[in-house]
Design a binder for this molecule. Structure first.
Ligand code: TXD
Length: 315
């Protein structure tokens, strides 16, 4: 039975998600956007691209939530992206209202969907969606860690002239300037990273990873990164749909894991047919443990600002 993925937001990331899903023939796609023409135009264009390579996938564009009903996976990018000079947190007010609207639109039409939130500020938006929708926290995750880890991996591969496939790493914590690249949990061709790179260069790469989004926004001027975020979102959707049980860094609901409760943050999770099958608790020590706690506290601070904007989040 062909699976169904609904993309709520047909903008830069949404359109790229639709194209990647089509190329992988992962599922049929519904592109939803309040800008109906955008959704319909991209769905039609990508449908015609499937004729070139003979991909067997159906796409539609819509601004009607009824067309998204009974989705297996929903990927949410609805919202506004950053402009140069803005932080991810600056998007809170606008995108919180949008995610409330999206939750209302899908909670009754796709109650069993696995929901991947991408909209920023990610850690708050994913938590807000879970609260507004009432979906199980096992079926609501945020995409950030895979993207941040991909950036860290790319910078390391460039510095050390090593193919990215030989690099295993993790970026955990909040998806903000306090995110935590984990050098002690990074191996290059199975060797510990710290034996292969000097401390100063490593610090520079960690800082560049934290600012990876802003670096691209500065070049683009209008809009933010979308190819790598879309690739990361598809990896999560594929692990769910094909029950791959991949261990992936995602924003997941912590209920005591890592010593934190009732907060979403980036941690390694196993994604399979039931959604978040398991939260993997790796041993954090020294600076990494300290930085992880700092990052979680930054998410908590932003959550209290969000709760001031919408007291419903305190329920
Ligand atoms: O790692 C991550 N999680 C981040 C997330 C990586 C990169 C970008 N990040 C965030 O994703 C970014 O800061 C934005 O908040 C979202 C979406 O980024 P994108 O680049 O796709 O933004 P666009 O191109 O502006 O697309 C957003 C679409 C646009 O077409 C709007 O018309 C639509 O969202 N939109 C809505 N759709 C449905 N419902 C509502 N209410 C709505 N409002 C706007």
């Amino acid at each position: 039975m062909k699976k169904k993925i609904s993309l709520i937001g047909a903008g830069q990331i949404g359109g790229t998600l639709a194209h990647l899903i089509s190329i992988k023939e992962l599922a049929d796609v519904v592109l939803f956007d309040v800008a109906e023409g955008l959704a319909k135009g991209k769905a039609l264009d990508i449908s015609q691209s499937t004729s070139v390579d003979g991909y067997n996938v159906n796409l539609i564009g819509t601004n009607n939530y009824d067309d998204t009903k009974n989705s297996d996976v929903i990927i949410i990018t609805a919202g506004v992206p950053r402009k140069p000079g803005m932080t991810r947190d600056d998007l809170l007010g606008t995108n919180l209202k949008i995610i409330k609207e999206v939750a209302k639109g899908i909670k009754n039409t796709s109650p069993n969907a696995f929901v991947i939130c991408i909209t920023n500020p990610l850690d708050i938006i994913v938590m807000a969606f879970q609260k507004y929708s009432g979906f199980s926290s096992k079926k609501v995750v945020g995409m950030a860690g895979i993207l941040d880890s991909a950036r860290f991996k790319y910078f390391l591969s460039q510095e050390l002239s090593i193919p990215v496939k030989k690099i295993n790493t993790l970026v955990l914590g909040g998806h903000g300037d306090t995110m935590v690249p984990m050098p002690n949990h990074t191996t290059i061709d199975s060797k510990p990273l710290k034996k292969l790179i000097d401390e100063k260069k490593l610090e520079q790469i960690i800082e560049r990873t934290r600012k990876g989004g802003a670096e691209i926004i500065k070049f683009l001027e209008k809009g933010s990164a979308f190819y790598a975020p879309a690739a990361a979102g598809v990896e999560m959707a594929e692990s769910y749909i094909k029950n791959l049980r991949k261990e992936l860094p995602c924003a997941a609901y912590l209920n005591g894991e890592y010593g934190f409760r009732d907060i979403y943050a980036g941690v390694p999770v196993i994604i399979g047919k039931n959604g978040v099958e398991k939260i993997v608790e790796i041993k954090l020590e020294g600076k990494e443990k300290e930085n992880f706690a700092t990052s979680i506290n930054a998410v908590k601070d932003l959550l209290s600002s969000a709760t001031k904007l919408d007291p419903d989040l305190a329920k």
